[in-house]
Design a protein around this ligand. Sequence first.
Ligand code: 5AD
Ligand code: SF4
Length: 493
Amino acid sequence: MQNLNLTDHKAANEEELARQKEFLEKAGMYVRELASELGRTPTFHVTNFGCQMNAKDAEKLAGILASAGFSEIEEESADFVIYNTCTVRDNADQHFYGRLGRASHFKKSNPRMKIAVCGCMMQEKTNVEKLKKSYPYVDLIFGTHNLFRFPEYLCRVYENAQKYPRSASARRIVDVWEKTDLIVEDLPAERKYAYKSGVNIMFGCDNFCTYCIVPYVRGRERSRSPREILREVTRLAQDGVVEVMLLGQNVNSYGKDLEEPLSFAELLESVCKVPGIERVRFMTPHPKDISEELIQVIKRNPKAARHIHFPLQSGSDRILKLMNRRYSRDEYMEKALHIREEIPDVAITTDIIAGFPTETPADVDDTIDVIRKVGFDNAYTFIYSVRTGTPAARMEQVPEEEAKKGFDRILAAVQETAKQQTLLLQGRTMCALIEEENAQLDGYVSGRLSNNTIVHVPGDASMIGKFYDVSLDDCRGFYYFGKALKERSGEVG
Ligand code: 5AD
Ligand code: SF4
């Protein structure tokens, strides 16, 4: 698969799609058989862990299961349960094993139940070995590169159940690939929201930040063709979607591997032009690669969200070097402040890791200094988690209590700037996309501003998926309480 040219790639992708569609029909037959044995429609549940890319994959898994004839339920005791795993930090791994342990009880009371595990953790041999040894009731294991083969695996799971009724190890299917060049489009997906959707623009990451497992489990960077991306966005818009989020681990690298290279900024501008799409978000740019071209595209396109998630990771030059981030604190701050100057009302959010190997309180001071100077609108803060096989795992580790102290100081600094930033817009009227009914407050709905901040307003389900002018009356930390003044028509901003 390595040296295919573009035409061969396209043919290989289409051939694979045709094969998987045949398997999907065959899977439908097994599901009908199961339905007559059970005397009801068989059910499925997808348990998802991790990032937006995984959430998108979970929609594909759900789409395939629904097309095969299963119906989705909320409970993890369904007839087919699949865990889409994340391995970015150790707590995600632990969480998964806890949930999988519980699934064995469900299987005891429903012997026809099938359990599948896929996603990033399965790209690590130790996890696959652990499942084979200690979790014999898992029927199917596959990785991130071959998710598109799920219809085929689904058939084989039911075939094997008939062929090997007495041997769990003979029945079990394990297929994990180290890489792939295939990008198989157009298998069914079941979208979680009617009005918004993620759209993959590229897969993988070539950055090799020293703490990060992603390049090892998601593989090298591969861009989807702009034609395919625009086709998907157009179809989503025709289906009622008003907001898309362009997804990639490192979106600034988009297009470099295409036969006719196209920049991420050019792609973003084309997506903003798709009729019916009112807001375009993206995740995640790397600070070293953010271009002036991209900043200008956002500036001149009101549909491009006023939000840039801009992962800092650390504000210490020494730690940034050890992390292989390839920018200095000054370069980072210069870019962030330039973005603020160029794009009024933009929110800048970030990711920060506390307790990276060798980090001292003075390094944490440097990070806090950057937090204050940039004035982050929000941040995800993490305690460093050792990932076996990454270079940072072999560096001198920081004691847990030191890491926790740094984490607490960083969190307090971020909470302070987030509150200051949110207060800046208090009293203004801005446009929000109403997303859902408020789970805690009866008679309220929650919406999101272009800058990603949440606002809660009195309202009902009929407002979901529509844009409203809302007054930002009362700032409560990272969000507002306000009122919906009127529904927007025309350009939303
Ligand atoms: N430990 C802690 N946080 C990590 N991240 C990635 N790898 C690790 C790790 N080993 C964080 C980074 C990244 C976010 C998605 O997860 O901040 O931006
Ligand atoms: Fe991981 Fe760095 Fe790639 Fe982000 S850019 S996925 S942190 S290696």
